[in-house]
Design a protein around this ligand. Structure first.
Ligand SMILES: [Zn+2]
Ligand SMILES: [Zn+2]
Length: 448
């Protein structure tokens, strides 16, 4: 049996969620949906429209395909097109919601959904099963918290993402496709002795992106006026045991990368406590701006954690110095890694190793991410694996407190008088001012 749904869209429909429904009778074994629209692009514009659709069965979300290349899907009991989740096809009212990420000015867009329902027996595919957890214990682990595949707009599949992480010696890799969790089962199936595979979803909204790390279920990313703002979404991610990270807040926005820059005034940073300041591997201008935003939030009293995410969509080009997270965790397990990130027990680096600790006059000790009573503190910084003659900067409340030229492994101790500063980080920068490493802060708590 076949259903056809048709409609038109204009710029007035941009950044909306446009629902359609259809009824699935009992006994269906296969669902095929083809989404087609014309025109695909506007001749004078360098960008195309970006229309995606999210599919819901009567109980739950079944995924989306966040790209503008291939928008048809097949779902059976044991198979689904990347972006969508296989499984039983419950009868009842299904919903197709068009997510109009980008509609360019020009002729109206005419669209058609062609929905075919099959009742024949379907071939059985083997579904991935979760693999055994990795057994490594307390220590430093280096890895990525942000990556994409064919389940959204990546150019490679989940095994390629894991293989690439393994090639560069990462301890953990993370799959965060746009607005879908359909790749996570396969991701978890690919964990092995050397690489921990982690996952979540990138909430890819019209006014900013955020990572929901550690979640397995689809999170409704749609902000609704007077009903569900970004803080509510962040709270939901945390309530489900996930970690909410504002992603690439200073990325280019519309129309180049629609919705990529962070514009949620209620979440500046609102309830958010993590921000991805090192995005896309290389250190570049938008990351410098994100670092400045993070420092401003720290100065405003928010105890924010900074993270790195390659945001890879395919092979990283050769010759780029890539920033990764270096996390001090109780174990190489997803829960332990995310707990350590939540606590700020990490530094970000494209090579150097860098640690920052503090000790106060009462003998209390703290590492990056921790708070310590400010009765006058000794700050100790240790660095190694220096591959160019760089500069080490101690930053206190956003300003340079001290600068050292370093060209070999070393340690430096500073005595910071009480009641002067609220937070301290260390940066390593090279001769072109490119950031090579930055720690999370040690927070100084004023003595009552
Ligand atoms: Zn993004
Ligand atoms: Zn991304």
């Amino acid at each position: 049996m076949q259903h056809i749904i048709q409609g038109t869209l204009t710029t007035a429909d941009a950044k909306q969620h446009i629902p359609h429904t259809f009824n699935l009778p009992p006994g269906a074994t296969r669902l095929d949906i083809a989404f087609d629209y014309e025109p695909k692009a506007v001749e004078t514009a360098p960008y195309t429209h970006l229309l995606c659709f999210t599919l819901f069965d009567p109980q739950a979300a079944r995924g989306t395909r966040h790209n503008n290349r291939d928008q048809s899907l097949t779902i059976t009991d044991t198979f689904a097109t990347p972006g969508y989740i296989p499984g039983p096809l419950p009868s009842g009212e299904w919903q197709i919601v068009i997510d109009t990420h980008r509609i360019l000015p020009g002729d109206p867009i005419a669209y058609t959904f062609t929905i075919n329902v099959g009742f024949e027996p379907q071939p059985a595919h083997v579904l991935p099963q979760p693999s055994a957890p990795n057994g490594r214990g307390r220590g430093w682990y280096r890895g990525d918290l942000h990556g994409h595949t064919l389940h959204s707009d990546g150019s490679w599949d989940v095994p390629n993402l894991v293989a690439a992480a393994q090639r560069v010696g990462l301890d953990f890799a993370t799959l965060t496709d746009h607005n879908t969790v359909s790749g996570l089962a396969q991701m978890h199936n690919l964990a092995n002795e050397s690489v921990l595979t982690m996952g979540g979803m990138e909430l890819t909204t019209y006014y900013g992106h955020a990572l929901a790390l550690g979640v397995r279920e689809w999170i409704d990313w749609r902000v609704r006026a007077n009903e569900r703002d970004m803080n509510a979404i962040a709270r939901e991610v945390e309530a489900r045991g996930g970690l909410f990270v504002i992603a690439h807040p200073k990325s280019q926005g519309d129309p180049v990368c629609t919705g990529c820059d962070w514009r949620y005034t209620e979440t500046m940073p609102g309830v958010a406590r993590c921000v991805e300041i090192w995005n896309k591997g290389a250190w570049y201008e938008q990351n410098e701006q994100a670092l400045a935003l993070w420092y401003a939030w720290l100065n405003a009293g928010y105890r924010m954690v900074a993270t790195a995410g390659t945001d890879i969509h395919g092979q990283i080009p050769e010759g780029i110095r890539v920033g990764f997270n270096n996390v001090f965790a109780d174990a190489l397990q997803e829960r332990a890694i995310l707990d350590a990130v939540r606590r700020g027990h990490l530094y970000l680096s494209s090579g150097p190793r860098l640690e920052l600790t503090a000790r106060n006059s009462a003998g209390d000790e703290a590492m990056m991410g921790d708070a310590i009573d400010d009765s006058g503190v000794e700050i100790t910084c240790t660095w190694k694996d220096i591959d160019a003659p760089p500069q080490l900067r101690l930053i206190a409340d956003g300003s340079v407190y001290d600068t050292l030229a370093i060209d070999a492994p070393g340690t430096q101790v500073w005595s910071i008088p009480p009641s002067q500063y609220h937070w301290i980080v260390a940066e390593i920068r090279d001769e072109t001012n490119e950031l090579r490493a930055v720690t999370n802060p040690v927070f100084l708590t004023p003595k009552a």
